[in-house]
Ligand binder design. Structure first.
Ligand code: ADP
Ligand code: MG
Length: 515
């Protein structure tokens, strides 16, 4: 009996399992070489020829046109890692791929998928305990936060800037939006602008928007500004004149023009009389209105995008005004300073010291689009990890040290686990080894020798990572070398990798409808 359409494709049993596992492994393999401070970059070219150069796992997987459904699940691991904690995407994808590789071996040894799933869950639980044990005792202060930010950026193209000075700016930004309830990460934005070296990257205490003044003669900087945000057109509504005047003499034409002039002047006067210093309107403004306002020293932005208008509102506390009659001081927002600047073809407005929100903007500069884009990704990762570390106050050693500790704890607890499940638990530890192994491979070290040395150092010292410091690669305590990751990044990586791998391993039937 056929219950499926003839066109649908079906793969069952081992075939389904191994095809899914292979696809998942292949995806993880694709990002492996980018891991760590000596990770290489990938250049991705899409069908329209757009080029992205990046070292960021989530970006690579996103840009790759991945169709296989199981492979897609690994991409989702990286995506959820990015969303939840903002870093560790390569780590999570690589672990997930290796868990699948180990699962494949277990299946070949006739370990049932449900046993693998149970074993992996057990091992993931032990791994989380191991992470708790690795959490550093010291308070997460600015110095540690800086190191966390720096660790997340090493290996990323940070242009001419050292990761250290960038990390300092990142910590400053995060500290700025820290409140009693945690870190208001949403109050930090990143604005990229090409045309200068990345050394010009700076922290603006406020927002930056792509808007230009309506008139060249308007002030380029206004201090202690009162600000209005309008959804009002400041001009003669098209059609008004034709409807009201049937023009058949010069006199009548002049009267019409006078009436129009008067109407326009009326709008400008209403704005001037309100006492406002800076106006943003989402609608258009007649040139004559702009000229009058420019003469009065008022800074006006017209045709402002609605998202920029929203940002101005939330930064300055202005209330949106829908009709000119309602333009009053009670609706105004305020800011310490509003200034405009031109960068090449781009006009920007900087709104600093807004009265309503403690927003800050990292104004990222770089010579080319590719440089600023990769710099932006690195900075966003750093902002996320520093926020995560500050919010939870928990950091763990990086450079593979936490993974060495996890694998060690899993192996020692595996001895007490009965039956074939023990094999699956041990396999999980083997999969975790991929992180220190890959860090070794990517720095040109032998992965087996490094693993042996790291385990020995972990045994005697308790903390041992493969530290890359300039040209040198040494085994040492990552805390002493400032290679520090947020505990939540490691937790999330283990959890999401284990979840995806077990989900994929459990599938033994793939039914695909015809496209
Ligand atoms: P992910 O996408 O997983 O964050 P990365 O390429 O950012 O991948 O690499 C992160 C790994 O690199 C972490 O394990 C981190 O501890 C490690 N790492 C960062 N800086 C160093 C360093 N100086 N030496 C050794 N390992 C480092
Ligand atoms: Mg990273």
């Amino acid at each position: 009996m056929f219950i499926l359409s003839e066109d649908s494709q079906r793969t069952q049993g081992r075939d389904a399992q191994s095809s899914n596992i292979m696809a998942g492994k292949a995806v993880a393999e694709a990002v492996r070489t980018t891991l760590g401070p000596r990770g290489m970059d990938k250049m991705l070219v899409d069908s329209t020829g757009t080029v992205v150069i990046t070292n960021d796992g989530a970006t690579i997987l996103n840009e790759m046109d991945i169709e296989h459904p199981a492979a897609q699940m690994i991409v989702e691991v990286a995506e959820s890692q990015e969303q939840e904690v903002g870093d560790g995407t390569t780590t999570a994808a690589v672990i997930a791929g290796n868990l699948l590789g180990e699962a494949e071996d277990l299946i070949e040894q006739d370990v049932h998928a449900t046993t693998i799933v149970e074993g992996y869950h057990e091992a993931a639980r032990i791994a989380l305990e191991a992470i708790d044990e690795q959490v550093g005792e010291a308070d997460v202060d600015d110095e540690i936060l800086k190191q966390v930010g720096e660790s997340s950026m090493t290996g990323k193209g940070t242009g001419g800037l050292t990761a250290e000075s960038l990390a300092e700016t990142v910590v400053e930004a995060v500290r700025h939006v820290e409140t009693d309830d945690g870190v208001a990460r949403e109050n930090i934005s990143v604005h990229t602008q090409i045309g200068a070296s990345s050394n010009a990257t700076e922290l603006i205490s406020g927002i930056v928007i792509d808007e230009e003044p309506a008139h060249d003669a308007m002030p380029t900087s206004v201090e202690d500004a009162s600000i209005a945000v309008l959804d009002v057109e400041l001009g003669v509504r098209t059609g008004d004149i034709d409807a009201e005047y049937a023009i058949d003499s010069i006199d009548q034409l002049n009267t019409a023009i006078d009436a129009e002039e008067q109407e326009v002047r009326g709008y400008a006067e209403q704005v001037v009389e309100s006492g406002v210093d800076v106006v943003f309107t989402t609608d258009s403004v007649d040139d004559r209105v702009s000229t009058i306002l420019a003469n009065e020293g008022i800074l006006l932005f017209d045709n402002v995008s609605s998202s920029d208008a929203r940002d101005v509102v939330s930064a300055t506390g202005a209330r949106r005004v829908g009709a000119l009659e309602d333009l009053e001081a009670s609706e105004f927002g305020a800011a310490d300073r509003i200034r405009t600047a031109t960068y090449g073809d781009d006009d920007l407005a900087f709104i600093e010291g807004g009265a309503a929100a403690e927003t800050v903007t990292l104004f990222v500069r770089g010579g080319t689009e590719h440089v600023v884009d990769e710099l932006e990704r690195a900075i966003i990762d750093a902002l996320d990890v520093v926020s995560t570390a500050l919010a939870s106050g928990e950091v763990v050693p990086g450079a593979g040290a936490t993974e060495i500790a996890i694998a060690d704890k899993i192996r020692s607890e595996a001895a007490g686990i009965e039956g074939r499940k023990q094999l699956a638990v041990t396999a999980f530890a083997d999969a975790i080894d991929i992180i220190p192994r890959t860090l070794a491979t990517n720095t040109g070290k032998d992965p087996i020798d490094s693993l042996v040395d790291l385990r020995a150092a972990h045994e005697s010292e308790g903390r041992a990572g493969l530290i890359t410091d300039g040209e040198n690669v040494t085994i040492a305590d990552p805390f002493e070398h400032g290679v520090i990751d947020p505990a939540d990044v490691k937790r999330e990586a283990i959890e999401s990798a284990a979840e995806a791998a077990t989900m994929i391993a459990r599938i033994d039937d793939v039914i695909a409808a015809e496209e």
